[in-house]
Structures are given as C-alpha cells and as structure tokens.
Design a binder for this molecule. Sequence first.
Ligand code: FAD
Length: 415
Amino acid sequence: MDPRSLVVVGASLAGLRAVEAARKAGFDGRITLVGAEPHLPYDRPPLSKAYLDAASATEIPVFRSEDVLRTELGVTLRLGEPATGLDTGRRQVVVGGEPIPYDALVLATGATARRLPGTDGLRGVHTLRTADDAVAVRRALDAGARTVVIGAGFIGSEVASAARKRGLDVTVVEALPTPLVRAVGEVMGEACAWLHHRNGTVLHCGVQVTGFEGEGRVERVLLSDGGALDADLVVMGAGAVPATGWLEGSGLTLDDGVVCDTTLFTGAPGVYAAGDVARWHNPVFGRSMRLEHWTSAAEQGAVAARNALDPAAARPYGTVPYFWSDWYDSRIQFVGVPQADEIRVADGDAAGEGRCVALYREADRLCGALTVNAPTEIMKYRALITRGASWQEALTFAEARRTARRPTTVPALDR
Ligand code: FAD
C-alpha cells in the first residue's frame, strides 16, 4: 500500500521530528499531528535550566512557528486534546470522540511525571515535565520561594541548581542513600551529590517524604526521620512513566512503554513508536531499552516515520545512549549504559573541583562513560563504545588524553 495518510500522536520532540522526516523523505500525503497540550511542539531541556534563570526570557521555547508547521510542512494540527483510543484493525485513532484514519501511525506520547500521593490540589507542589509546570515553578522562584525538591535525579537537581543560583534556600530530599545510583552508579552518584554540597544545597539522602502540611497550599514537608522542612515550593522529581494509558486494550504490547522491534515497529500494521514512550530492541547493546533522552527521542522520531511510510525498507535503529544535564556551573554528560561490573575514574577527581572522566566496564568492554566539565571528551568515548572497544583500549585512550593535557614543563638547564 502506498500510504496517503500519516498520523503522529504526541506533538513534542519525537512527533515533530517524525513530521519533518516524512516531508524530507518526499511524503506528500496528509499529515495530522495530535497533541494533548495546547502548545506548539516545544523543547523540554531548557525548562529546568535556562527557563528558570531570573534573567531569562519567559517565552516557551517552541521548535517551529505555527505558520511553518501548517504552511511549510503542511501539517494538520490537532492540539489541546489527547488521543483516547487506537483501533489497529480499522486503522483509526480516536481524538475528541472522532476517529482519524491512518495508513501510517507514529506513537510519540512521551512520558508523564510521577506525582506523589496526597499532592493533588495542594498549591505550591509541582512536577516539572510541561511548559505549564515550568511557568508555575518559575513564578514561585521569582517570588523567592523556600524550595524543597523531592528526588535528587537530573531534573530535580537542575531545579535545585536554578534556585541556588538565585540565592534561595534549597533542600533536596532523596530516598536512596546515594543519588542517581541506577542512572550513573554509586561512585559517580556520590560525585554528583558533591556538586550540591559545594553549591550550598542541603541534600538529605536515605530519607523519605511522608506527608505535607498546609491549608490548601504547602507550608511544610514531613520526613521519615521525624524532621520537617518549611517550604513555599515543592518540586517532585520522582521520575516519569510512559504515556501508554490510552493504548490499553489496543492490542499493542505494553511493558513499561510500547514494545517495538529494532525498527521501532509495534507489530500492528503501519504502527511505529518513538521517543520516551518506546521500548525497543537496541541492536548496539542487544537488549530492550526505553530511554528518556533528547537525542534518541529526536532520532527515533525520524526513523519511525521513515519506517512507517516504507515498511518494506525499514531500517533498524541502534544507538549508544547519550544525555547531558547542567547543574550549577557544571555540565554532566553520559554515554552508554550504567549497569557495569566496574566504574573507574580515569581522569580528574570524582569529588574534586573541575573536570572528571569516569569509565564503565561490562566484562572486558567499555560500556559507558561519564564526564563532568569535559565536553570535548564524551563523544570520543561514545565512538569507542560504538565500535566495541575493549576495556584496556579505553583505559589506554583515557591515559593518553590525560597525558596530552598535562602542562609541559621546561627541563632545567644543566649548569
Ligand atoms: P515528550 O517530550 O514527553 O512529548 C510527548 C508529548 O505527547 C507531550 O506533549 C504529551 O502531552 C503528548 N501526549 C501524551 N499523551 C498523549 C495523547 N494520548 N494524545 C496526544 N498527545 C499526547 N534529555 C536530555 O538528554 N538532556 C537534558 O538535559 C534533558 N532535560 C530535560 C528537562 C526536562 C524538564 C524534561 C521534562 C526532560 C528533559 N530531557 C532531557 C528529556 C527529553 O526532553 C525527552 O527525552 C524528550 O522530550 C522526549 O520527547 P518525546 O517527544 O518522546 O516525549
């Protein structure tokens, strides 16, 4: 079948890249972009970084104007209303009770921030996933809020950084003894924790939030160690869950995401998935993964659209995962996978000032690398992982890089 109609559900990064890739591939049929939020597709990483700066502009960082989407890309926009159902037999998506037929479909509904129980309707308590969330958090920071962040993950830590940069009192409460253990391992989780200590953020690890006090608006956060924190703003950084609720009963396999093969194919004719919602088989690591990273969401959006429009020529999508995060004045970057047999600091000092390079070993291979303030290094390790470099090769490479950076000393003249 020559597809004449592409529907993309989820009007964010992966969805937009799907639309753009379809047009770039020469598809001239009808494209409908369905988005639950009323906004044009916008970029999320700045929401917990530059957007929270006191001096930054308050506009939402949209990717493309409405005019470019409608006129140049020829997209029919259905924004402000979620898709509520999918019939893979009839090839229809339901939006606002109305069926929208498709030949090819890209599911790009991303993920939804997890809320703690008992927080619904309590003013001053927010997640940070959407532009509307960011507007509310920024408004509270502008008002000088005493800030409590629940969860020392990447987004929560970025909010803490933004609040400290404004000179506000910030406490981060983390249930685990070390933050980010699952994301970067213990050693580097400790190193990241140091960034908070060094910048004046109070970090409580191994403590849980047990409740909130306040009449309609949060005033205090209660902790499992019996303590309590005064708060005007609480940001929940408790992770996100893939937005698959609307696909229950569709017949697609859902298992912490929409399950796909290496080509992002869901198994239902014409239906592919991309971005934070997709759990796919990553051929580079030979395992199933669901990533919540900007780069893979963008790439998967493009691949899913091309494959959906031409399934006979579908290509696999493989990647060495990459993400970055900005804390205070430090840039943290990670490539690969953190489940390692060994993590070794190959350059710099994990708990020191300045730069640091840590390598992750799985069996006798390099499987991951984390850098702090070493932006020129990280992609070199990504290339090593891509070509299956051995652990020894990676250590030798790191040592050569370290030696090359050492300041050369002028030998003393013989007298
Ligand atoms: P999303 O961006 O989540 O978009 C999904 C869209 O689908 C949403 O607009 C949603 O409303 C919509 N939707 C959901 N359900 C439906 C439905 N039923 N019908 C219609 N529409 C629906 N990554 C990094 O690598 N580095 C960073 O520094 C970084 N910072 C981040 C900071 C923040 C605050 C956040 C939230 C994320 C950050 N990320 C970062 C992650 C990155 O932004 C995501 O991986 C990326 O946005 C995923 O894109 P997506 O299109 O798959 O999903």
